[in-house]
Design a binder for this molecule. Structure first.
Ligand code: GLA
Length: 393
């Protein structure tokens, strides 16, 4: 029996059933198409995707499922089903003369942005979204909604898009509609992940490598702080701008490929102290993504763990995107026998930490977190899962 604090994946079949039932209840007919997209946890490489660095995320077994049917009404009606109840949004199917614009309700901008960027005509449709992915936990619930919407539109229209292009269009949707200047990592892994693998993404060439994750004695445990500080909205764009400022001083398109000597040049340039710290984080974090990939392959968990702790320190002290709750969880993990390493994951200012831990130490770690961490943490196992797909209705 999992503890109450364990998030257990509902599974694709149960989510599909729920979405179909809701669709029938709301629209009084059957859905004709369905799609699923996972969330993700990033193992290494945070705040480097927008600097064209390397990142190493895995897709989670927690999903967003969307079902739909054409409506012939010229309107897109979308119902999102949450524990708190149903939320509904509707907007006209876009035309050249009447393109979509962001607006209220805010949650629907993730859907609208994708409809607006879909590479083909979108006719009116009705749809229902259900998800067992925790929201605001730094596990890419936004990218999951974007990519599931795109995949549903593929199923409705018969138009297929090459996966990297699909991820880019979903990223563009997030820039233009919710207005979040994110990198490509989340949409890319949510689109392209493969079961039992992490994905090493080169955010410059946009090529990627599937990295087998052997999980026999070792678990990847995600601990959600269940806090989300309001800073995220303003601080993320600022970090991105600071990294670009460093690249501009060095006369480079991005910080990718920056050497230690160039960091020294940056220091000599008398640039802003924060800009210098951000640049140092990016350069070292990109190296950590490449290195940790090797150690995951050779199952050198001690080295994996050291790099996780190093990354956390850097995100805390150089990038300054951690918070007391994330730091506290990393410290509980550090003091627990059987834990190899831990770090915050994703954008920061709340959200989750990721821990690599011996399987037989997972329960001990949970107990220690529950007794020592002053908050309401929840746990989930990151079992590397498949990316987005059309599912059989
Ligand atoms: C958010 C963004 C990503 C990435 C991470 C930090 O999740 O959506 O593009 O920048 O933060 O690594």
């Amino acid at each position: 029996m999992p503890a109450l604090t364990d998030a257990v994946p509902a599974g694709e079949a149960a989510l599909l059933r729920r979405a179909r039932d809701e669709f029938a209840a709301v629209f009084a007919r059957g859905a004709t198409v369905a799609a699923a997209a996972p969330g993700r946890v990033n193992l290494m490489g945070d705040h480097v995707d927008y600097c064209e660095g390397y990142v190493l995320p895995v897709a989670l077994p927690f999903l967003t499922v969307m079902v739909g049917a054409p409506s012939n009404s010229g309107t897109c009606r979308v119902v999102s089903v949450q524990d708190s109840g149903r939320q509904e949004a509707s907007f006209p199917a876009p035309t050249a003369a009447n393109p979509l614009k962001p607006g209220e309700p805010a949650w629907a901008n993730y859907v609208k942005g994708v409809v607006a960027n879909f590479p083909g005509p979108v006719e009116g449709f009705d749809a229902v979204i259900v998800s067992d992915l925790p929201m605001g936990a730094g596990l890419s619930s936004s990218a999951s909604i974007e990519v599931v919407t795109f995949t549903l539109l593929e199923a409705l229209s018969g138009i297929r898009t090459e996966p990297v292009r699909k991820a880019q269009l979903c990223q563009k949707a997030e820039h233009e509609f919710p207005g979040m200047p994110c990198g490509i990592m989340d949409q890319y892994v949510v689109t392209m992940a493969k079961k039992d693998h992490a994905l090493l993404i080169d955010c410059r060439s946009l090529e990627s490598t599937q990295v087998p994750i052997f999980n026999s004695d070792t678990a990847i445990l995600v601990i959600n702080t269940n806090v989300k500080h309001q800073l995220t909205g303003s601080e993320y764009p600022q970090r991105r701008a600071q990294c670009q400022a460093a690249a501009d001083i060095l006369g480079k398109p991005s910080l990718r490929g920056t050497t230690v000597e160039q960091l020294e040049d940056l220091k000599q340039s008398n640039c802003d102290a924060d800009v210098l710290k951000r640049a140092r984080h990016v350069v070292e974090e990109i190296r950590r993504s490449e290195e940790i990939t090797k150690y995951f392959k050779t199952r050198d968990w001690e080295r994996v763990g050291e790099l996780l702790y190093e990354s956390h320190e850097s995100l805390r002290n150089l990038m300054e995107v951690s918070c007391p709750e994330l730091d506290a969880l990393v410290e509980v993990a550090r003091a627990t026998p059987g834990v190899y390493g831990a770090r915050m994951t994703g954008g920061g200012f709340g959200g989750s930490v990721v821990v690599v831990v011996k399987k037989n130490s997972v329960d001990d770690l949970k107990k220690r977190v529950l007794s020592q961490y002053k908050g309401n943490p929840t746990f989930l196992l990151a079992i590397p899962s498949d990316g987005a797909r059309i599912i059989n209705i």
